[in-house]
Every structure is written in structure tokens, then in C-alpha cells.
Design a protein around this ligand. Structure first.
Ligand SMILES: [Zn+2]
Length: 386
């Protein structure tokens, strides 16, 4: 089916690009079995002598390897998937891989995330930045989430793997100026719905905040790193949007971080204390020692009359020293993602295994809630009005 029509490199690359288009179209229309031989053919073309330059890591090759890895992983063929993904990540990690292109960076993130998913837990992978959520309950002890026993292939439910390519080459025969190959990915997204979990459920429904209550958030920003302004506000806005809850930053506070936080406090007047986001240190909150950069969770109460649990307030701890370093490295968007993830816990989301969701345990390149996260948040925002 595949056949390099031309003798020269550019013709063969055109053939490869056409095969990729055909494979993408097959995947989009649900014909996964057709996509695989097209991608394997593409690899054969790319591996013909002279088609892929040894000195220039090729995004087209990385894309094909990543897509094949994704297809095998989805089908539960972990070892096959790993073979392709190890090669994809290897090529994408070479110095010449176009780091300036946002799409290329995303492709590398996706191939790495898929490779991590091939690796059973406990083996070295992407460093774990954050562990289980903590509920600042009145017991004073961090409540660990149920250890996930979900296996990757069950979680990985691709709705589509879509790659659109614009492929233009400008070949110069000038020995001084090597051929310029310009690759543009219009949308190299491995797009998936990795589902969602809840921190707590009752009678088959998630425990939630009252859906008709205003959820005030207060920030203790005494230790807020320079350059981290407005990140909490942006994260709160994202959670409000995706849950539909009326959640907003009401102001600042001098309330310190504490695992024994009273849910009603004179400083806030009658009613439940607002959700607290506090910049703190691992010395104050030992749960931040080691790799976690943030911890967050809700505080639940039980209605004496009905016996039903609901969330009254919640708390997010942010590791100010660790985040200071991230901000200095220019990783503000990573910090915002961490805050957003922790607020996801505050409204009741648990972790998932999918790297295409912000609620994966690891910092994984996701900057906003993914499709599965959003479905969970919608449910959390539509609990009973209490
Ligand atoms: Zn978490």
C-alpha cells in the first residue's frame, strides 16, 4: 500500500506525509485497524536511506512513533507501545528537536506521558511532584486518597487522535545552507478523555459543596513569591467556570496554615469559613516535604438531620520556597496548573491516571482541566442546594 513514488528525499517525505494524513483520517473515523498499517508504512518510508537526516531529529518520525505507541497502548499491548514510545521520546529529546515550536514541545510532552503510562507504578518515570490530596479535617491528620488501582488502558479512552499537518519543504542545494525543512503542526493533540474520580461519594453521588452557595476564597499571601501574583485568582476562575459554582476570591487573610482548621471562625463572621489558600513552607506543613508542591482538600461536615455529608470549606497549601524557584525558572503556568489542580481537590475531584487530565498526580504538561476533569467538575457543581 505504501510505496515511495519518487526517488528523491522530498518525494518520499511527501509520501510519508500523505500516509500520516490517511492514518489520521482513519483514526478520526474510528478505523484504528486501518491506521496501524498506514503508520507502519510511514515508518518504512521514513527509514529508507536518505529520507530522515541523522543530524536532525524529525517531528514527522516522532509523530508516527507516538501515534503507533498510542494505538498499541490503547489496545493493551504495552510492550509494543513502549518500543515505539521509547524511540519517539529518544528522538524528541535530541538537541536538534525544534524546541522553539510550541507544537513540537507538546508532541514531546505527549510522547513522554504515553511512555510513562507504559511503565508500571514504582518504576522511575516523570518525577512525582505532588502526592495524594490532603483533607484538613478535624482529626488533624492528612487523609490519603484511596490508592488508585486503575490500570492505564482502562483509563485511556481516546476519543480521537488528531494530527493535521502542513508540510512544506524548501530544499537548497547550497552546501553552506542546508535544506530547510519547515514543519508545522496545526493541531498535534493526542486528545483524550481520561475520566474522573471523586474524593468521596455517598449513595452513588459525589459529596459536594452546596450548589447554590457563594464560595468565598481568601488568600494568605504573606509568603507569596514575587512573580506569582494573580495565579490563585486565575485558578479560582477556572474552577468556577468548569463547575458552574459561584466561587470567587473575596480578599486576603492573616489566617495561618493549619491541619486543624476550625470550619467556623469568628474572624469570618457567621457561617462557614471561606476556602483558604495559603502560601506556606514545608516547615509549617510537613505534608509539603519532599516532592509535593501543593496540597489541597475540602473539609466535610455531616447534616445531623439527614445524615448526609457535604463540603463546608477547604484549604490549599502552597510551598512558597519551591514555587519561588519555579517562578524564577519562568514556569508561572506550571504554578497556576498546580494551584488549579489543588482547587480541583477542594471541590471534590480525586486523581486519575491519564496524562491528558490535570488531575493526574504528576505535573504533566497539562495547564488546564482536561475533558474528563471537566465532566467531573460539572457533576461537582450540580450537587444539592443546601
Ligand atoms: Zn493531587
Amino acid at each position: 500500500m505504501w510505496r515511495a513514488r519518487g526517488e528523491d528525499r522530498d518525494d518520499r517525505r511527501d509520501t510519508a506525509a500523505e500516509l500520516l494524513d490517511a492514518a489520521s483520517a482513519a483514526i478520526e473515523s474510528g478505523r484504528r485497524d486501518d491506521a496501524q498499517p498506514l503508520l507502519e508504512g510511514l515508518l518504512k518510508v521514513m527509514r529508507l536511506p536518505g529520507v530522515t537526516r541523522s543530524d536532525r531529529p524529525d517531528p514527522l518520525l516522532v509523530t508516527a512513533l507516538t501515534m503507533l505507541g498510542a494505538l498499541h497502548l490503547e489496545a493493551g499491548r504495552r510492550a509494543d507501545a513502549k518500543g515505539y514510545l521509547v524511540e519517539a521520546v529518544g528522538i524528541a529529546s535530541q538537541p536538534g528537536f525544534d524546541r522553539s515550536a510550541k507544537e513540537a514541545a507538546l508532541l514531546r510532552t505527549r510522547s513522554q506521558a504515553l511512555l510513562d503510562a507504559c511503565t508500571p507504578r514504582g518504576e522511575p518515570g516523570v518525577p512525582v511532584r505532588e502526592r495524594s490530596p490532603v483533607s484538613a479535617s478535624s482529626t488533624g491528620r492528612p487523609r490519603r486518597s484511596r490508592r488508585s488501582s486503575r490500570r492505564w488502558p482502562a483509563v485511556l479512552a481516546f476519543t480521537a487522535i488528531v494530527f493535521f499537518w502542513m508540510f512544506a519543504t524548501t530544499s537548497g542545494q547550497n552546501l553552506v545552507a542546508p535544506a530547510v525543512v519547515k514543519l508545522r503542526f496545526a493541531m498535534p493533540a493526542l486528545f483524550g478523555d481520561g475520566g474522573y474520580t471523586f474524593l468521596a461519594s455517598q449513595d452513588g453521588q459525589p459529596v459536594t459543596f452546596s450548589s447554590c452557595r457563594q464560595l468565598r476564597v481568601v488568600i494568605n499571601d504573606d509568603l507569596r513569591p514575587k512573580g506569582a501574583e494573580n495565579l490563585v485568582e486565575q485558578a479560582v476562575a477556572e474552577v468556577a467556570d468548569d463547575t458552574g459554582l459561584e466561587m470567587y476570591v473575596a480578599g486576603s487573610t492573616d489566617e495561618p496554615a493549619s491541619l486543624e482548621r476550625p470550619p467556623v471562625q469568628a474572624r469570618y463572621g457567621a457561617g462557614w469559613a471561606p476556602i483558604l489558600v495559603v502560601w506556606t513552607t514545608p516547615d509549617v506543613i510537613p505534608a509539603l516535604r519532599g516532592s509535593p508542591i501543593g496540597r489541597g482538600g475540602p473539609q466535610s461536615v455531616t447534616d445531623q438531620a439527614t445524615g448526609r455529608r457535604y463540603y463546608a470549606t477547604g484549604q490549599v497549601f502552597l510551598d512558597a520556597p519551591a514555587i519561588t524557584r519555579l517562578v524564577r525558572e519562568g514556569r508561572r503556568s506550571t504554578v497556576r496548573a498546580i494551584v488549579t489542580h489543588e482547587l480541583g481537590h477542594v471541590v471534590g475531584l480525586g486523581h486519575v491516571g491519564s496524562p491528558f487530565e490535570l488531575m493526574q498526580k504528576k505535573v504533566n504538561g497539562m495547564r488546564h482541566f482536561g475533558p474528563g476533569d471537566k465532566k467531573g467538575l460539572t457533576r461537582l457543581g450540580h450537587g444539592p442546594c443546601l
